[in-house]
Design a binder for this molecule. Structure first.
Ligand code: PMP
Length: 364
């Protein structure tokens, strides 16, 4: 088989090749059913078995405690920016720590439903202190943070500890399933699937039991977490095909081995090694730079700038010719960005590093 190029897209993003191959092999006939997964009733026994396996595997991989419900929803991360306040704010106060573009968007959307206060604001290159320095309100309904800022490349390597008893909501879209989650610090977590988990169209929500049942009257029924939870994510038709692909990705992660480890621990270690390889190369270079403070550099999204912007187009064209796709940075910040999610092999990062050095030798 022809080797595919390495794809550094921020999302929808590269998927594990064995998963794509299995999807292709099962496309016309899933498990002898005579149907594609796309053609099955979500209430039939075939799809229910796919769904239950996917949920059980995800719960096991992330060690999700029994008092959390896992919801398979639609609407994406931006949908959740409204769905979370509709369900949790009770029309009251919401505290948001802004560490980049996505948390800023979350604060703006929540303002339509709640009294929002930005309790800390970073530079886009840092995390603004630990939570005990934030101006948190003890009567807030929840505190929102984005634990991995996909555009800015800023990641919380430890979840903030909220000491005033207010639940923490995390938008973990772009590092979900790349590392364990400390559930003792979390009330609700959400993320779109289209980075580490599967196709776009599936949104995962992990919600603690006590946060269910407080939705505003105006909350659409299909987005009411309690309604979704009470109906095992089948109040309305869930994104069945995306759930199926996600389930195959969960199986792939469970079986993944690296450095003597297996499963999520192996995945996390490889993510650590990939990120270290790339940041070390950028830091050693005099052509490229990453501007994020060392203690919060993302393992998943690595933005970098060429010292001479005039080289950007040539860089992208030569990268593409070398089999390295979608390295262009987000339009709001410019420059480049390499997203190195779970499905990006170490060889992909090595190929990028080789290209970076060779391009610098020619143009630096
Ligand atoms: N939050 C984060 C951290 C994201 O990276 C994204 C998408 N890149 C979103 C929210 C928005 O997600 P969606 O496009 O699925 O609505």
């Amino acid at each position: 088989p022809v080797q595919r190029p390495f794809n550094f897209s921020a999302g929808p993003a590269t998927l594990p090749e064995p998963v794509l191959q299995q999807v292709a092999a099962e496309m016309l006939d899933w498990g002898g059913s005579g149907m594609s997964v796309m053609e099955m009733s979500h209430r039939g026994k075939e799809f229910i078995s796919i769904y239950e396996q996917a949920e059980a595997d995800l719960r096991e991989l992330l060690a999700v405690p029994a008092n959390f419900r896992i919801l398979f929803m639609q609407g994406g991360g931006l949908g959740e920016n409204a769905i979370v306040p509709l369900n949790l704010s009770r029309g009251g106060k919401v505290d948001v720590a802004v560490t980049g573009s996505w948390s800023r968007k979350s604060a703006a959307e929540a303002r339509r439903y709640a009294d929002v206060q930005v309790v800390a604001e970073g530079s886009g290159r840092n995390i603004p202190g630990s939570a005990n320095t934030w101006s948190l309100r003890s009567d807030a309904a929840y505190v929102h943070v984005c634990t991995n800022e996909t555009i800015d490349g800023v990641e919380f390597h430890e979840l903030p500890r909220i000491d005033n008893g207010v639940p923490l909501v995390i938008d973990c879209s772009s590092h979900l399933l790349s590392r364990p989650i400390d559930w003792s610090r979390v009330g609700l977590a959400f993320g779109g699937a289209q980075k580490n988990i599967g196709p776009a169209g599936l949104t995962l929500v992990f919600v603690r039991d006590d946060l269910l049942g407080h939705a505003l009257d105006i909350c659409p029924s299909a987005f009411n977490y309690k309604t979704v939870a009470d109906n095992q994510s089948m109040f309305n038709t869930p994104p069945t095909f995306a759930i199926y692909v996600a389930g195959l990705v969960f199986q792939w992660v469970k079986q993944f081995t690296y450095a003597g480890l297996q499963g999520l621990a192996a995945m996390e270690q490889r993510n650590i090694d990939k990120a270290a390889l790339l940041y070390t190369t950028l830091d050693a270079s005099s052509l490229y730079e990453n501007r994020v403070e060392a203690d919060c550099r993302s393992r998943m999204n690595v933005p970098f700038y060429l010292k001479d912007d005039a080289l950007n187009e040539r860089f992208l064209a030569e990268a593409k010719a070398a089999g390295l796709l979608q390295l262009k940075g987000h339009k709001s910040v410019g420059g480049m960005r390499a997203s190195i999610y779970n499905a990006m092999p170490l060889e992909g990062v090595q190929a990028l590093v080789n290209f970076l050095k060779e391009f610098e030798a020619r143009h630096g």
